[in-house]
Design a protein around this ligand. Structure first.
Ligand code: NAD
Length: 389
């Protein structure tokens, strides 16, 4: 537990049904003359989707724009470079990201290479950015990564198949939008994967070595909201109350890990994502119960508290048994929302585990995990995630 820390918050977040209509006014207030809208081709053409609504609002406010639709999931260095080419050719002066974590991270990456040098790979690490990014607004469409309000830009180096993270307060968007109406049509599988990412982002900071009393509260409330709403949001995507609770939860979890950091689930998930281009939330969900079972001995009482936050009855149980209840509940959530059973299902191969374990231990998220592992132990954790049925 940390008692001496800097605490980061989103500067402004517009929250609630219909708030996306305010983006034009806010862009104008920020002095944006011609933002580059950073998105993908699916969202660009989605009828009455986030891009269409953002464009209508910008037009109403008299703000010019250009649309870059080249974001890929697990965004690559090439996406950022292509966005920069368009930004310069179109004489843009600012950035509006529309989408999930991939769009926001591409927009942050674009901002980084516009003002901090062409090669983003050398900027991996913590507080490596000397210069401010151009003004950045993030319109979020998944619940989710929290990237619309975090200091992280997660990028994949397509040559090495490694995901790396540029962590800096300069990456935090000036304004973010979380409009649950934009999420009503998110398909079941994406709702489940992104929701499990938020769940993991509420659990890892709660047991992180960098946690503090403020992030503890954010984690517990996020877990409670996810327990109340994720299964319902998967079962019935048009349930606005469930969607709203999931956005509240992903924001809380995003704020929590922005300050308390994560752990081996994310360090290892980045290897699966980089190596097999697998959906991030699915990677996290498959590793969660395995890694947290390994972590129990570092903080059994914290896991017992997580069991309570997940609505489990631990009356009469020892702390250790209560902690095991939390692990079972994590796995059950993943099964209930239809996540695949094993990392086998996303293409993982045992012959890659040695290298992935080595790289996981170098990932920035590894350092705040509560229990320190050897490379052989990380290989074993990948193997257990592979053998899960
Ligand atoms: P995503 O942004 O990769 O989007 C996945 C797919 O969902 C895309 O094809 C997109 O078109 C589609 N989509 C998005 N919104 C939709 C909507 N409203 N309706 C229908 N389809 C929609 O998914 P994600 O899980 O939000 O982001 C994952 C990425 O974020 C990973 O690269 C992960 O590493 C990163 N991440 C970043 C942070 C951070 O703080 N920067 C935190 C966690 C994860």
């Amino acid at each position: 537990m940390k008692t001496n820390f800097d605490f980061l918050m989103p500067s402004v977040n517009f929250f609630g049904p219909g708030v996306v209509a305010k983006v034009g006014d806010r862009a104008k207030m920020l002095g944006m003359k011609k933002p580059l809208i950073v998105t993908d081709s699916f969202l660009e053409t989605l009828p009455d989707g986030a891009v269409e609504q953002a464009v209508a609002s910008l037009k109403e406010a008299g703000v010019d724009f250009s649309i870059f639709n080249g974001v890929e999931p697990n965004p690559k260095v090439r996406n950022i470079e292509a966005a920069k080419t368009q930004y310069l050719a179109e004489n843009c002066d600012s950035i509006i990201t529309v989408g999930g974590g991939s769009a926001h991270d591409t927009g942050k990456g674009l901002g980084i290479i516009l003002t901090n040098g062409d090669d983003i790979t050398v900027l991996a690490g913590i507080e490596t950015l000397a210069n401010a990014l151009p003004p950045l607004i993030a319109i979020n469409t998944t619940a989710g990564t929290g990237s619309e309000l975090t200091r992280h830009a997660v990028i994949t180096n397509e040559e090495t198949h490694l995901k790396f993270v540029v962590v800096s307060w300069r990456n935090i968007p000036l304004v973010s939008f979380n409009d649950p109406m934009l999420m009503l049509d998110v398909p079941q599988g994406l709702t489940a994967a992104t929701g499990m990412d938020a769940f993991v982002q509420a659990i890892e900071p709660y047991v992180s070595t960098n946690r503090n009393a403020i992030t503890d509260g954010q984690c517990l409330q996020a877990i409670k909201l996810i327990e109340e709403s994720l299964r319902e949001a998967v079962a019935n995507g048009h349930n606005l109350e469930a969607r709203t609770k999931m956005v509240e939860a992903e924001m809380l979890a995003g704020m929590a890990f922005n300050n308390a950091d994560l752990g081996y689930v994310h360090a290892m998930a980045h290897q699966l994502g980089g190596q097999y281009d697998a959906p991030h939330g699915v990677c996290c969900a498959l590793l969660l119960p395995i890694v947290e079972k390994f972590n129990i001995i570092a903080a059994p009482e914290r896991f017992a508290e997580l069991a309570v936050a997940m609505g489990e009855n631990i009356d009469g149980l020892s702390t250790r048994d209560a902690a095991e209840v939390a692990i079972k509940a994590m796995r059950q959530m993943s099964i209930d929302v239809g996540i695949p059973r094993s990392i086998k299902d996303i293409g993982a191969k045992p012959e890659d585990f040695e290298l992935m374990a080595e790289n996981a231990l170098k990932d920035g998220n590894a350092f705040s995990n509560p229990r320190k592992a050897t490379k052989a132990e990380i290989v074993q954790l990948f193997q257990e995630a592979y053998d899960q049925v």
